[in-house]
Design a protein around this ligand. Sequence first.
Ligand SMILES: NC(=O)c1ccc[n+]([C@@H]2O[C@H](COP(=O)([O-])OP(=O)(O)OC[C@H]3O[C@@H](n4cnc5c(N)ncnc54)[C@H](OP(=O)(O)O)[C@@H]3O)[C@@H](O)[C@H]2O)c1
Length: 335
Amino acid sequence: MSIQRRTLGTISHDGSPLEVSALGLGCMGMSEFYGTGDEATGIATIHRALDLGVTFLDTADMYGPFTNERLVGKAIADRRDEVQLATKFGNERAEDGARLGINGRPDYVRSACDASLQRLGVDHIDLYYQHRVDQSVPIEETVGAMKQLVEAGKVRHLGLSEASVDTIRRAHATHPITALQTEWSLFTRDLEDQILPTVRELGIGLVPYSPLGRGLLTGAITSEQALEDGDSRRTAYFPRFQGEALEANLVLVARIRELAGTLGCTPGQLALAWVLAQGDDVVPIPGTKRVAYLEENVGAAAVTLSIEDLAALDAAVPRDAVAGARYGDMSSIDA
Ligand SMILES: NC(=O)c1ccc[n+]([C@@H]2O[C@H](COP(=O)([O-])OP(=O)(O)OC[C@H]3O[C@@H](n4cnc5c(N)ncnc54)[C@H](OP(=O)(O)O)[C@@H]3O)[C@@H](O)[C@H]2O)c1
């Protein structure tokens, strides 16, 4: 098993795009939100990812909070040169986990970056994203501060997450944006109307998060009870995992499983192959804390879908078929 490379962004401060593995690894669930993880298993998963050529690692200061960056930092301590390291700022949290809101103020951008560099134990971040857009701060000011981080050598490339078309255009005019990270999967296709054509016009790469529908598309989640107590997917924040919506979504997952069977792959691999088939400028970051899942997910890179396979998937899971909003509270999403 080995994995191809893709490039994100066509312009950057020094004119070079960011080359990454075609699939990245989302590290969030190793520390928070999706049940219990432990540091040793998370580190083993990251090491296995690097061995398999999955070198694009995704974290954020708010995961844990703060513990996920420390975990990733520990895992890559003696393998920094192999990694394209992405982290994010802007969802401000206190040490005790309390949420302090979205912060895009220039002073905060600078201090958040220094704190991330320290936790990660690195001298630069390859891709630094604004995690959520701060509606109270003009994007030019936030990206202006991010640009200074590039000039100081602390950050190589800039990214945004969950930004609107207008924000993306204004940000990109301030400093080249290498990647937009936003949710994209067989279950979440809203970005296809406006966001996708915009990033393609501007030469910005797309990093789909939750490409496995937060685990739903793998078929491994068969009921609410299959999730641990304390798993955030059991809360109203994730309506797709609740009651009737979950039941309706599991019918769609059964269809994906059936199609995957005819193609000789798993449902999760089919879901990832679908994202990978959307273009060479697309680099999904499936998340897992386990080596076995990681290995299965890497196998998706070897699944080639024909036009007929893609049409069959479209028929089995029509674009808006999923039940329930992707978040119960969309107030932090830039629209
Ligand atoms: N920018 C943003 O706002 C944002 C939001 C959410 C996530 N993200 C990033 O995107 C990454 C990926 O998204 P995500 O973690 O939310 O969702 P995801 O990748 O769609 O799904 C992750 C879930 O799927 C499970 N899973 C993974 N591979 C599996 C397999 N082969 N078989 C069965 N189950 C499998 C994982 O289980 P285990 O946990 O048990 O391994 C985890 O519960 C995150 O890690 C994070 O870095 C960014």
